[in-house]
Design a protein around this ligand. Structure first.
Ligand SMILES: C[S@@+](CC[C@H](N)C(=O)[O-])C[C@H]1O[C@@H](n2cnc3c(N)ncnc32)[C@H](O)[C@@H]1O
Length: 325
């Protein structure tokens, strides 16, 4: 049994659960059809279970790109019977999934972005710098690209760009150069070798501060391997499109890059776009959404103390107030 299985059995606690439930509750209304909750990142099904338990009339459509996550949550949610539909899908495939299921709209949507605790805890999946394993990092193990292919195959400039942009790593150039030197000797194939290499590539004085120096490199590779940012950029507008008036979305982000995409997309849709030279706001330029949060909401100190994963979370939420056209 892996660490992840133990965590699952110990009852993992979903991040900012009470706030997510509170924000989504008003969107769950019976309007002649059963209300639909879309969980775009089902994971272990913690948020989904709480939503289904809180709203007996609610139907769940749960997506995950990780088949292990789907198997686990299928077991966890079995007692809700045919109220649950689980799909192995990347969340930017949402329009096709809804089409296939014949579901015209979703009333409440949640995206709890990034990797799950079991993905991090199962060392052999290669996400963790603290556990020696093959450099994999695929959330969906049916996909081709792995972290080993990125590290051993990408041109040096591309590697440096990924480390700089996705890891916000100031020593990107040095680390990329060290990777290229090392892979010329032998392919870099393990998390431990990569973590060691990063540590020796950065200036000695900076090794002592700011946690494990490999953290940013691992984040960058994970984002690249899973195409996280491009997929989120496509998926968020698709999810917003699926909400009827009164429908709500909540997004939990764990790093500034995905939070920025969320913030900008919501800001664009919640703004009055009447040209400034006009004296009165025009109805057709009124916002289609309203923000439900002021800036990004953070978890309580008590939550971050008991659940370290919640430490970096930022929550944003919005409600549709006007039809698309
Ligand atoms: C933080 S976990 C979700 C935890 C969940 N809210 C719970 O309560 O158990 C994120 C999940 O989203 C999945 N995921 C990440 N990116 C995805 C994508 N682009 N499409 C579908 N699933 C994705 C991951 O495989 C992971 O299982």
């Amino acid at each position: 049994m892996t660490v992840g299985d133990h965590a699952a059995e110990a009852g993992h606690v979903p991040v900012m659960l009470d706030r997510v439930l509170e924000l989504l509750a008003p969107a769950v209304r019976v309007t002649g059809r059963a209300p639909v909750y879309l969980d775009g990142t089902l994971g272990m099904g913690g948020h989904a279970e709480a939503m289904l338990a809180a709203h007996p009339e609610l139907r769940l459509i749960g997506l995950d790109r990780d088949t292990t996550a789907l198997e686990r949550s299928a077991r966890r949610l079995a007692r809700f019977g045919d109220r649950v539909t689980l799909e192995h899908a990347v969340y930017d495939e949402l329009p096709a999934v809804l089409d296939r299921l014949g579901v015209p709209a979703v009333d409440a949507a949640l995206f709890d972005l990034g990797v799950s605790s079991p993905q991090l805890d199962e060392g052999e999946r290669g996400f963790a710098y603290s556990y020696d394993a093959p450099l994999d990092m695929r959330m969906d193990r049916t996909q081709r690209l792995t972290a080993a292919e990125v590290v051993n195959g990408y041109p040096p400039a591309e590697l440096a760009r990924i480390l700089r942009e996705y890891g916000e790593e100031r020593f990107a150039q040095r680390i990329a150069a060290a990777i290229v030197r090392e892979r010329e000797r032998a392919p870099l194939d393990s998390t431990a070798r990569l973590a060691d290499l990063v540590r020796t590539a950065i200036p000695a004085a900076t090794r002592r501060t700011g946690g494990n120096p490999a953290k940013r490199t691992f984040q960058a590779l994970r984002i690249e391997v899973n195409g996280e940012l491009e997929i989120w950029r496509r998926a968020l507008p698709a999810a917003l499109d699926a909400l009827p008036v009164g429908g709500r979305i909540v997004v939990l982000s764990y790093h500034s890059l995905e939070d920025r995409i969320t913030k900008q997309a919501l800001a664009a849709l919640t703004a009055d776009t009447t040209p400034p030279e006009l004296p009165v706001p025009l109805p057709e330029h009124q916002p289609r959404f309203r923000l439900l949060t002021r800036g990004a909401e953070l978890p309580s100190g008590a939550e971050t103390e008991t659940n370290p994963r919640a430490g970096s979370v930022r929550l944003r939420a919005a409600e549709r107030v006007r039809e698309a056209r």
